[in-house]
Design a binder for this molecule. Structure first.
Ligand code: KDG
Length: 320
């Protein structure tokens, strides 16, 4: 029995150990990463049984990814090993050209995961779960991935399984028009939507959180969270609104923060916690992840969150 199922590409990440242009970087740290895997690992650390659908290559990188997912307690029975393709990899360039920002450089075209198709989506596998999670990255990988995502969403919505979508638009994978054309119909099936203002601008031509949320709620979603980066996050249902600031932490690597937020927020909703508390947990998970290199290494357990939040409260009292 699974609590959640998600599908996506897991890549080998080569994270520059030093700042500046990649041509001058000598050392890289190897990590496994991918938005949906980061989310699934976050959920697993918070006690949810997570199933993962993907394809990996039949080589050392594929085995590394598989080991990483398995060692985090994910169900990997639907991870196919593709003998004909390579695994996607990517590099992280840090603090260049914009200080404080990282950029992501992909080598993933034609990757094993991009070959996923409707045949990778087993209806009985999805029907075991309480929630199916998707991000805007998987449908952007290829036409066959897009069809697989549509099939999975159809199965989930017909079986009354909750659907969460994190829009995660990556413009290096597809155009604004393709993203809009594909994601809007998908969002109509979602119960929970997570979005950032820059994605909302592409999808709806709006960035003001309340206006964005109203648009998505009118499409049928029950809960919308707008992620505002260093400003925290704001969430809406039809009858409620809550806002929580971000926590101030030493930032090492911002990549993965949104996926950590998603795991903290969605796990809290699944446990019936109030909206404000779900935002607090999401923000705390996001804050913890950015303090280390790699996307999921610092995904918190409930125990970690308790300690972190208690320390934040002590700090607030001390500063008063
Ligand atoms: O959310 C973090 C991801 O963006 C990163 O791990 C890389 O999955 C990735 C992607 O496709 O951009």
């Amino acid at each position: 029995m699974l609590d959640i199922v998600t599908m996506g590409e897991v890549m080998v990440q080569f994270n520059a150990c030093t700042n500046g242009p990649l041509r001058h970087v000598v050392y890289f740290e190897k990590h496994a990463a991918g938005a949906e895997a980061n989310f699934a690992i976050g959920m697993s650390r918070l006690g949810f049984k997570a199933g993962f659908i993907t394809r990996v290559s039949n080589d050392e990188f594929g085995r590394y990814i598989l080991n990483s997912l398995r060692s985090e307690g994910l169900d990997v029975s639907r991870v196919k090993i593709d003998p004909e393709t390579r695994n996607g990899i990517y590099f992280i360039q840090r603090n260049y050209p914009i200080p404080g920002r990282s950029s992501v450089i992909y080598y993933r075209k034609g990757s094993a995961a991009s070959k996923m198709s409707v045949n990778d989506v087993d209806p009985d596998y999805i029907k075991q779960a309480k929630l199916f999670h998707l991000t805007g990255i998987t449908p952007a990988l290829s036409k066959s991935c897009r069809e697989a995502c549509l099939k999975a969403l159809e199965i989930a919505s017909q079986s009354d399984i909750q659907i969460s979508i994190d829009t995660n638009i990556r413009l290096s994978l597809w155009s604004r028009e393709e993203a809009k054309e594909t994601l809007i119909p998908m969002l109509r099936k979602a119960n929970i939507v997570l979005i950032e203002p820059q994605d909302a601008e592409i999808l709806f031509g709006k960035t003001e959180p309340k206006e964005v949320a109203d648009e998505i709620l009118s499409m049928g979603a029950e809960t919308v969270a707008v992620k505002l980066g260093v400003e925290g996050a704001v969430a809406y249902t039809r009858s409620e609104e809550a806002r929580k600031p971000a926590y101030k932490v030493p930032v090492v690597d911002v990549i993965g923060a949104g996926d950590a937020f998603a795991a903290g927020f969605i796990s809290s909703l699944m446990l019936g916690k109030p909206l404000e508390n779900a935002l607090e947990i999401g923000n705390a998970a996001g804050a913890l992840v950015v303090t280390v290199r790699g996307d999921f290494e610092n995904m918190p357990s409930w125990e970690d969150l308790k300690k972190f939040l208690a320390a934040q409260r002590r700090e607030t009292v001390r500063l008063r």
